[in-house]
Design a protein around this ligand. Structure first.
Ligand code: AMP
Length: 220
């Protein structure tokens, strides 16, 4: 299949590197990076009623209710934006209901590929505990690989800090929800012939190369 504007979904446990890798993939293919988690965090930082409501769920490690998330995706998937121009979806869908709703919302612009970025549960714990994120542009760092100057983001100088929902209890809860709510989606996409599994263990650049390779195999 030849494809100038890919439409991709990246699935994976919290801490699998979905955020970083989907950002890089979107840049690489010149399409939009659509992250529901980033949208909620931006709204929460702005203090909107909607953002503060989403934050309550996020900080507890719970999923934001489907009707809210689907509404957000529906608003962002406009024909002049990601729908016509291609996208990398990061963090959506997370439930079977969301996967079915996505099919409805993007009707006429079907997905090209769904990647399951696979990192075992034990490894993601360590990654999440050390994760630090720019609160402005969402660039991801690690305590072992911080920004150059005093926790100011190398890209935008924003403050780099630990996410409020990266506490141990919240992470436990998110991983449990992932097994229960999101793993069934893997089957949903496998049955439709869209799923590819990519090993997410290793250096960021190495994982990125694997991702680009499977995309190119699919698109050319
Ligand atoms: P993420 O940055 O993708 O890890 O998302 C952070 C948090 O936002 C999640 O733990 C959920 O509370 C919420 N969230 C993001 N995307 C979704 C979604 N598709 N469905 C439900 N909740 C979501």
């Amino acid at each position: 299949m030849s494809c100038a504007e890919p439409r991709l979904v990246l699935l994976g446990r919290q801490g699998a590197g979905k955020g970083t890798q989907s950002n890089r993939l979107a840049d690489h293919f010149g399409v939009m990076h659509v992250s529901t988690g980033d949208m909620f965090r931006t709204q929460a930082a702005q203090g909107t009623a909607f953002g503060l409501e989403a934050k309550r769920y996020m900080d507890a490690g719970d999923l934001v209710p489907d009707e809210i998330v689907v509404g957000v995706i529906e608003e962002s998937m406009v024909p002049g934006g990601p729908l016509g121009g291609g996208f990398v979806l990061d963090g959506f869908p997370r439930t079977l209901h969301q996967a079915r709703e996505l099919d409805r919302v993007i009707a006429g612009f079907p997905l090209h590929l769904v990647i399951d970025l696979d990192v075992p549960r034990e490894i993601v714990f360590d990654r999440i505990a050390g994760r630090r994120v720019c609160e402005n542009c969402q660039r991801v760092y690690h305590v072992n690989l911080p920004p150059t100057h005093n926790w100011a983001c190398d890209t935008c100088s924003g403050r780099v800090r630990q996410r409020d929902d990266d506490t141990e209890e919240a992470v436990e809860r998110r991983l449990e929800l992932y097994e229960r709510e999101t793993v069934p989606i893997v089957e949903y996409y496998r049955e439709r012939g869209l799923l590819t599994l990519v090993d997410g263990v290793g250096e960021g650049d190495e994982v990125f190369e694997r991702l680009v390779k499977v995309c190119l195999e699919q698109f050319s």
